[in-house]
Design a protein around this ligand. Structure first.
Ligand SMILES: *Cc1c(COP(=O)(O)O)cnc(C)c1O
Length: 236
């Protein structure tokens, strides 16, 4: 099955959401979330012009990154980060979105190889306050960002959120709005920050309306991830 139609459909939805929000199309980047999808599917997306891909699981991603190395793609790690995975992330990814404590950021900084450009980092915020979710508490986001911005070999880019599924459109927008306020506060100190990573297949239009600059879309581009493959669900 060709993925070209779904890429075209998502592109027009992004363009429409940007127009509705009076934002230029270039202000929103599409990250194609390719977890559980095999290398040939990713290569097909790359042939359509997609350059940035998101993966949750280091073990699953590394063989795909190796197999597709010649394509020069940008790989974003978007899942929770365990200490024993930081070396692989530092060595093989361009971005890490799930940084939620200083210890993890320090390990990534120590382990980022000198020959690579700095690792782009977003600080993940647990905006909906679920006990089970990763991400720092909203009130800890600014202090953590200040500390991360001091570390060598990392380039702090902004904030990331994965809000709980919202019951209503307004609830979804409220979480995104909270994130945007945090981002504005952060940019008052660090004007160079350019990334607010929020919005997925089911809510990216609301996220764009509230100021997202990077949406992470999997299902709507590649179809459902296999039922029964529990490892395909985001670890929480
Ligand atoms: C899986 C995942 C996505 C993509 O979710 P879809 O609903 O398939 O678009 C985005 N962000 C994170 C952190 C994920 O784990």
């Amino acid at each position: 099955m060709s993925i070209a139609p779904s890429f075209a459909a998502i592109e027009s939805r992004i363009a429409a959401a940007c127009t509705a929000a009076r934002r230029p199309r270039e202000s929103v980047m599409l990250l194609a979330v390719s977890k559980t999808k095999p290398a040939p599917v990713i290569a097909a997306a790359a042939a359509l012009g997609q350059h940035a891909f998101g993966e949750n699981y280091v073990q699953e991603a590394l063989p795909k990154i190796a197999e597709l190395a010649a394509l020069g793609l940008d790989w974003h790690h978007i899942g929770p980060i365990q200490s024993n995975k930081t070396a692989d992330i530092a060595q093989h990814f361009a971005w890490a979105h799930g940084v939620d404590r200083l210890k993890i950021a320090q390990r990534l900084a120590d382990q980022r190889p000198a020959h690579l450009p700095p690792l782009n980092v977003c600080v993940q915020v647990n905006v909906s306050g679920e006990a089970s979710k990763s991400g720092c508490a909203p009130q800890d986001a600014l202090p953590l960002c200040r500390a991360v911005a001091q570390l060598p070999r990392l380039r702090l880019r902004g904030l990331m959120a994965l809000p709980a599924p919202a019951a209503t459109d307004e609830d979804a927008r409220a979480s995104f709005r909270t994130m945007h306020s945090l981002f504005v506060a952060l940019r008052a100190e660090h004007a160079e920050l350019d990334t607010l990573s929020m919005g997925m297949s089911d809510d990216f239009e609301q996220a764009i309306a509230e100021g997202s600059t990077l949406i992470r879309v999997g299902t709507a581009l590649f179809g459902k991830r296999g039922a029964g493959k529990t490892a395909s669900e985001p670890a929480s």
